[in-house]
Design a protein around this ligand. Structure first.
Ligand code: G3H
Ligand code: ZN
Length: 280
């Protein structure tokens, strides 16, 4: 079923469990994520980034596919717009049935981030839509964010109060698009953020973390865990394997099926890791 973050995240925050949020590019990604969630019997976020929307030349067709997969699913699925720098795209996403958007004004200076985010929150809440925002750039994205960035707890609490956002992406040591799972998270900072910020915290760039560190982050107060790159590594490796093994292949289903299966294995493992022992 198509779900709303309010049905999932506040309770998960209180229970210190996590919900996996997976970036999808193709329909195969979305199918894999939804099937894994059904197999695990756990809710997930299916998220499309502004870059993924650009790849599809517009939000409607891919959103429609994700929406129908979510509607038919036996578990709650949130359709979420990830890293939108455009308020206009947030509106389109809401028109396309998204119940959740991330408005990312984190490259702006603090006060301009507050103003731009508060504007999005005002109309999104009218439309019954959840808003995630970001403070303290998470390293690596498009080279625009400095690695090593950290969110300051009292500033994060002020930001949430000033904007009215429903959840907050925090910088605690991960950076986007890591190919190795070698990142370390600052657990003391995370403890402070959990204590001072009253809304669910979101971890970006989670592909850079081992499963053990993901579980630790959730235990210390991360509620939504965003994963993208790791799924694409699995997708591409499986596809490459089929092409190498059968160089004369022509039917795309041969390699896309393998790619989809590989994404499914990764997501199933991650969904269970993120949910933690309480929900196993
Ligand atoms: O918003 C998306 C996530 O932060 C994904 O990051 O591709 O490094 O896993 P990742
Ligand atoms: Zn991100």
């Amino acid at each position: 079923t198509l779900a709303h973050p309010a049905d999932l995240l506040p309770a998960a925050r209180a229970a210190r469990t996590g919900v996996g949020a997976f970036n999808v590019i193709t329909i195969e990604h979305a199918q894999a994520v939804v099937r894994s969630a059904e197999e695990a019997r756990l809710p997930v976020f299916v998220q499309l980034s502004e870059n993924a929307v650009r790849y599809h030349d517009g939000i409607e067709p891919i959103a429609a596919a994700c929406r129908e997969l979510a509607r038919a699913a036996s578990v709650p699925i949130v359709l979420h717009l990830d890293h939108a720098t455009s308020a206009e795209l947030c509106r389109r996403a809401v028109d396309a049935g998204f119940t959740s958007v991330m408005f990312d004004a984190s490259t702006l200076r603090y006060q301009r981030n507050v103003t731009a985010t508060a504007e999005v929150v005002a109309w999104a809440h009218q439309a019954g839509v959840w808003v995630e925002a970001e403070l303290g750039a998470i390293g690596g994205k498009d080279g625009a964010h400095a690695p090593g960035a950290r969110t300051v707890p009292h500033e994060a609490a002020d930001f949430v109060a000033a904007t009215g956002v429903d959840s907050l992406a925090v910088a605690i040591g991960t950076s986007h698009a890591m190919r190795e799972r070698s990142a370390r998270i600052d657990l003391d900072l995370l403890d402070a953020l959990y204590a001072e910020v009253p809304v669910p915290l979101v971890l970006h760039g989670s592909s850079g973390l081992s499963d053990e560190r993901i579980a630790q982050a959730v235990a210390h107060g991360i509620t939504k865990v965003n994963v993208g790159t790791q799924l694409n590594q699995a997708f591409t490796a499986a596809l490459r394997h089929v092409l190498e093994q059968t160089p004369d292949v022509t039917d795309p289903r041969r390699y896309l099926r393998s790619a989809r299966t590989a994404v499914g294995h990764s997501t199933l493992r991650l969904i269970r890791t993120i949910a933690g022992p309480a929900t196993a």
